[in-house]
Every structure is written in C-alpha cells, then in structure tokens.
Design a protein around this ligand. Sequence first.
Ligand code: AR6
Length: 178
Amino acid sequence: MYIYKDTTINVLLGDITEVKVDAIVNAANNTLLGGGGVDGAIHRVGGKTILEQCKKIGGCPTGEARITTAGNLPSNYIIHTVGPIYKDGDSREERLLYEAYYNSLLLAEEYNIKSIAFPSISTGAYEYPIEKAMKVAVRAIMDFIDKEGKISSISFVLFKETDFILYNDYLKEKILQI
Ligand code: AR6
C-alpha cells in the first residue's frame, strides 16, 4: 500500500470483476457495446443491465468516460473509458491515455465515489507498451490528487504478475510505501 498526500494507492494482482470498491473502471471501446479482455469480463460477470445502460449512452470518444451501475458486480458503479490504440507513440496516444485516467477520476468525483479501481488501460488489445502506459497512469492519478484529492483510495488491478511487479517497483521509487 502506498500513500500520496491523503490518498491511499493500492496495487493488486487479479481480476478486477472481483474487487469491491465504489467504482471499477472498464477499458472499453468507442461503441461501449462490449468486447474481449477486461471489457468482456465485466459484461460477462456484471450481466445485461450494464449493456442496456451502455446502449442508451450510445458510445464514448477516446479519452472520455461514461458511468453505469455495476449489475451483479460487487462495486456500485462502472466507469467506462476508452484508451487509445497504440500506433507509433507519436499520435496523441500519451495525451489520450492520460485523459482516459483523468476523466475517469473527474467523473468518479462527480458521483461522490471514494474508492476506485483501474485496470491497465490500453495495454492489452490496444498494445500500448506497459511501462510507458504505467508512467502515464501514475502521472495522471498524482496530478489528480494534487489538484482535486477527493478520492480516498485509488487501486491499480493488474492481471499479469509481471505488470504487478513493474507497478510496485515504480511506485516504491516514487511514493511513500506503508
Ligand atoms: N481484470 C483485470 N485486468 C484484466 C482482466 C480482468 N478481468 N482481463 C484482462 N485484463 P484489454 P485494451 C488486463 O485488452 O488494451 C476490448 O475488446 C489485460 O491483461 O482488456 O484497453 C475492448 O472492447 C491488460 O493488461 O483492454 C476494446 O475493444 C489490460 O487488462 C479493447 O479490448 C487491458 O487489456 C480495449 O483494449
């Protein structure tokens, strides 16, 4: 567990659909109609009420975020965001990935969400290199804590052990561990 200002930062290894927090974040696509990876898992476990709400929302531009309830999942809300597809690192990917994290946090704050869990957005099917993506993710949440700071717990849920180790090694350098 890490502490930055008044916010707790957790790094967890496992399946985000099993995490009990106020909101989990989904790495969705522009349609919001489901897909593979973490998106597939969330819709499969959460049930059809999530898809019904997503259909009404009608899609989400890359870098933005939308919210639904969480169906059968243990959390209360799902924040659906869309990360960029990684091309050459030179096509606004970094900005868009940063915005996906930051806008998810702003939306969470609007809904008075106090605990939120993120998967590693864009680093699966969208092929964003994990180490680069991690640095963007950590920068976005630290900037959010600096500017807003109203969410008390932010978790990164990593599905792969190598990603989990990478995050811990990086955060140990950057942030106070308790
Ligand atoms: N819990 C936590 N992390 C997971 C889980 C899970 N249950 N399942 C996979 N991951 P991806 P993207 C990790 O491909 O790159 C979908 O089809 C996975 O190991 O889910 O943003 C959407 O519909 C990886 O580290 O998302 C879009 O079309 C990370 O989640 C597209 O994929 C992200 O991998 C989005 O691609």
